[in-house]
Design a protein around this ligand. Structure first.
Ligand code: GDP
Length: 198
């Protein structure tokens, strides 16, 4: 997919105020500082579409971007700065769960995972929540350039092991990315393109 246009449409904290237009929607979410803004800018070929920030947890809104007048890219707030509570729902702000549970246009959530780290409880809990809610999702491993090519495979294998130990029967669809080197861009855009065409 070639990105011809990428426009910011609206930011808000209420699912009812999200755009009414019924375009297919792809949401990006992950722990604060995982590299979400950098990834969105890399995917859309914009330097500053999503605001990168050295201050973790800054973007606390649902941001809609319209791509090629054809689909919405949704930048969701980073999670992980709330104290980890036993109930997943308490960890994620209510409006995020509202979004996932009520947004009918949502086609797929991309869960961003820093490839350098061992599987984090909060990410595993979040994917469990998506699974239980029957929301299709894929994993995007970020910052692959930070560990080098040879370690990527072993980190992914370790992650897969953790997923299987966490009651998943298979590793979800995943992508390896580096926003610095634009790795994974074509694969993700192709994936979205294919779903949109089906
Ligand atoms: P967000 O909080 O998830 O939106 O994360 P940002 O996109 O603001 O990135 C957090 C930090 O990680 C910033 O210092 C980025 O420059 C850095 N970063 C993000 N993606 C990459 C990447 O692919 N490679 C490297 N080396 N650094 C990255």
């Amino acid at each position: 997919m070639k990105i011809n246009t990428a426009e910011f449409i609206v930011s808000n904290s209420e699912v009812d105020k999200c755009p009414k237009e019924r375009l297919p929607e792809y949401a990006f979410i992950g722990r604060s500082n995982v590299g979400k803004s950098s990834l969105i800018n890399m995917l859309t070929n914009h330097k500053n579409l999503a605001k990168t920030s050295s201050k973790p947890g800054k973007t606390q809104l649902i941001n809609h971007f319209k791509i090629n007048n054809n689909w919405f890219l949704v930048d969701l707030p980073g999670y992980g700065y709330a104290r980890v509570s036993k109930k997943t729902k308490a960890v994620f702000q209510q409006f995020i769960t509202d979004y996932f549970e009520r947004r009918e246009q949502l086609i797929c959530a991309f869960v961003l995972i820093d490839i350098r780290l061992e599987a984090q409880k909060i990410d595993l809990e979040f994917m469990e929540y998506l699974g239980e809610s029957e929301i299709p999702f894929a994993i995007i491993f970020t910052k692959a350039d930070k560990i080098g090519k040879t370690k990527v495979a072993s980190h992914v294998a370790a992650y897969k092991k953790q997923m299987l130990a966490n009651n998943w029967t298979e590793m979800p669809q995943y992508f390896i990315t580096s926003s610095l080197e634009a790795t994974g861009r074509d694969a993700i855009l192709e994936y979205i393109d294919q779903i949109n065409e089906d």
